[in-house]
Design a protein around this ligand. Sequence first.
Ligand code: 5GP
Length: 348
Amino acid sequence: MRIEEDIKLDYKDVLIRPKRSTLGSRKEVDITREFKFRWSGKVFKGVPVIAANMDGVGTMDMARAFIKDGNGLTVALHKHYTLDDLLNFYDKKTSAAVWYSIGMTPADEKKLDSFMKKKPGLVEKLCLDVANGYSEGFVDFVGRVRKKYPKLTIMAGNVVTGEMVEQLILAGVDVVKVGIGPGSVCTTRKMTGIGYPQLSAVIECADAAHGLGGLICADGGCTVPGDVAKAFGAGADFVMLGGMLAGHDQAEEKVTQGPDGKKYLAFYGMSSDTAMKRHKGGVAEYRASEGKTVKIPYRGDVTATLQDLLGGLRSTCTYVGARKLKELSKRTTFIRVTQQLNTVFGQE
Ligand code: 5GP
């Protein structure tokens, strides 16, 4: 047994220090990024915010809304669309806006293989998503998918430490997904005691990835636009959002009325009982780290939420004098504002 005494921080443990700036208005800020992926060689240009591959968030309707809005965000489609749904959805336009997501199950891999045979060249970006990215089996899986599909941009995770980021990048991953336990409907920290404060995970993993020419996606734990700015300030290349994009028309779920007369939408972790019941055996790999179900107030169309989110991010850049999102992490100084004890259970 060993105790690590270094201080590890979550988003809410810090604020970003304002800096002198020549920027007059947030309109002058460019929040798009351009990346060339290490393995696929493909180029990404857009706002590097991704809707999480969860029911109610990673939906085809969300992707259509992003395309219509022309905001350059992308959606990681949840894993439970049928092959036919996917074949009908994918075309040249939609392809750029989505990440095709799979877990490690043979059924997922078979579905992807069938898709690739039926519509070759249409999938550009793949998200290999498991609750625990530390298993040797996952590294082998990533390596096999990379060998089979050398031209695909692959995002994979989740992990929270530099050595595993390096291993995944060397195995063929372009973007490593970072975050164990910070999610708004995730109970991993409570059920297993496992986790890593998300801001520190992002700082350490970004450093490891960038050293090898790879990228990271900070996944989970953002509850307000300022958290998204902190993730980018910490060095994240992409940020993935679940709860912040839940509760909208694009959820593809039924809006219900609460006893208070207000409208609600259910939002649940992909390993929650709700997801288990809905998808039966399809979420087995999440079993060890359960999720919960919450009711969130219905928020209408996602466009207004996006305006708030992207406006907040632009404002952060203005406060620290970053003309482009790319400059934000260089211009970021974090100030600690809480004691360590508060961070253990993340969002609770
Ligand atoms: P949020 O933005 O809501 O804080 O976090 C979203 C992330 O939570 C997802 O992208 C995914 O990594 C994680 N997540 C989603 N469902 C579950 C679950 O049931 N259990 C766990 N451990 N994590 C989940």
